[in-house]
Design a protein. Structure first.
Length: 446
């Protein structure tokens, strides 16, 4: 990745344009472009407002941003504070997230059914585990990874182990959501995420040491993109971050979604571990959002959006660090990711609702709803859409969070109805869509 161009020093811009500052402020060009937060690397390639140079425009932008600066109790390795631009358009995105993902927001229709909620939750946790691990180099297909998570089989290689660990990490933070973030929780999370995946097993579950040479490097050309603070300062710096994450009475007020994103950013900046920092940062974002009652985040795999354009994710870090510690770039990027994830969920639910209505009509016509429970209906719906899929008692048990006996009864009854076939593979029974599945439904409807 190319390093972003460093913006021209503000002091030099002010000195060269001392007599024009009032005009630049009065023209309000500093507030354009609206609803975007371009870095100098981008803005210098855009056509500036009439009568201005790119440097004039950038100076006006910087003055406008500094006038809305919210200084944070977080510092870089040189002791300089991080800050963000507390602007109207940022609050508009936060308001949209508040309306869609938190508080007493109304449940989407297709999530009212407890069975659907559990199944979507398992799918979303799996999707986040897979894509977050793929961002860190895991190489396996989503189909194989989901089969592993659903069946409960052991990981076969390092990539599958990363995904398996990430899934367990998401479940771990859900268990400790009511606890204050602390060193033991952070170390246990990193241990879960990296167990069996590091070249040095001794680096699992501990902070990096002065003897560990850790930096963020562009794998293509070896360019050093980020050098974290000294390991000697980690304990003190992490305690300060924990205090920021746990405090509920910020003055001035910091929106909880902003705090969650900043926790994500700071774990990446501090790089407290030899490896697993990115995965840890993204999982802690979910912890912070859940702690602030943004319940829908459970269903929003943000890494699926990030993975589509990972360079933008990396650039948002670099822009923030290389433009006077302005973390608005990282906030801007991540808020847009959350909003896109919400849109993705609603599209998914709309499609699922349509599929469910059509399949329930078919089941109703076949007079099956009187003898099938909601778990069996959900499984038949999946069979109908994925005729080549296979199912196990353990997988059905985990997907719907029921006992092993209940899951076995569900699947065996589908075999009796002629809708599923079963075969023994090793010591495990595997269930598949019965041959003539659609015809059997039609026969049952007569």
């Amino acid at each position: 990745m190319r390093m972003p161009t460093t913006p021209p020093p503000l002091s030099k811009l002010l000195q060269a344009r001392a007599g024009r500052i009032g005009d630049l402020i009065g023209s309000e060009v500093g507030n354009s472009p609206k609803d975007r937060y371009p870095h100098w690397s981008e803005l210098r390639h855009r056509k500036p407002p009439e009568g201005l140079s790119s440097e004039d425009w950038w100076l006006a932008v910087k003055i406008a941003r500094l006038s809305m600066r919210h200084v944070l109790p977080l510092e870089d390795k040189g002791g300089k504070s991080f800050w963000f631009c507390d602007s109207g358009y940022l609050h508009r995105m936060l308001h949209q997230i508040d309306q869609s993902a938190g508080g007493r927001v109304e449940l989407p229709a297709d999530l009212v059914n407890p069975t659907n909620r559990e199944r979507y939750l398992v799918d979303s946790l799996a999707e986040e585990a897979i894509t977050s691990s793929q961002l860190e180099g895991a190489a396996t297909t989503r189909l194989v990874a989901k089969e592993m998570l659903r069946s409960g089989r052991s990981p076969r290689d390092r990539s599958e182990r990363m995904i398996h660990n990430n899934y367990n990490g998401m479940e771990f933070v859900a268990e400790v959501v009511d606890e204050a973030l602390s060193t033991p929780i952070l170390l246990e999370l990193q241990r879960i995420l990296t167990d069996g995946t590091l070249d040095d097993p001794e680096a699992v579950g501990r902070l990096r040491r002065p003897s560990d040479e850790v930096s963020v490097v562009d794998q293509r050309d070896g360019t050093i993109l980020h050098e974290p603070p000294d390991a000697e300062d980690l304990v003190e710096r992490m305690e300060r971050l924990f205090e920021f994450a746990n405090r509920a009475d910020d003055e001035p007020f910091i929106h909880p979604v902003v705090k969650a994103v900043l926790l994500h950013f700071m774990i990446g900046y501090e790089h407290p571990f030899v490896d697993g920092n990115g995965r840890t940062a993204r999982v802690l974002f979910y912890w912070a959002m859940a702690k602030s009652k943004y319940w829908m985040m459970e269903y929003l795999p943000i890494s699926a959006i990030i993975r589509k354009a990972p360079a933008q994710y990396a650039r948002s870090y670099l822009y923030s660090e290389r433009d006077d510690n302005d973390v608005t770039y990282f906030l801007d990027y991540n808020l847009r990711v959350v909003l896109r994830s919400i849109e993705r969920l609603h599209r998914y639910l709309a499609g699922k609702a349509h599929d469910s209505q059509e399949f329930e009509r078919l089941l109703g016509k076949a007079h099956l709803l009187a003898v099938l429970n909601h778990r069996q209906v959900a499984l038949l719906g999946h069979m109908h859409k994925h005729p080549g899929a296979s199912y196990t008692i353990g997988g059905h048990c985990r997907s719907h969070r029921v006992t092993y006996q209940t899951a076995r009864t569900d699947l065996r009854n589908l075999v009796k109805l002629g809708l599923a076939d079963s075969a023994k593979r090793g010591r495990m029974f595997v269930f598949t869509q019965a041959e003539g599945f659609a015809q059997q439904l039609r026969e049952l409807s007569k």
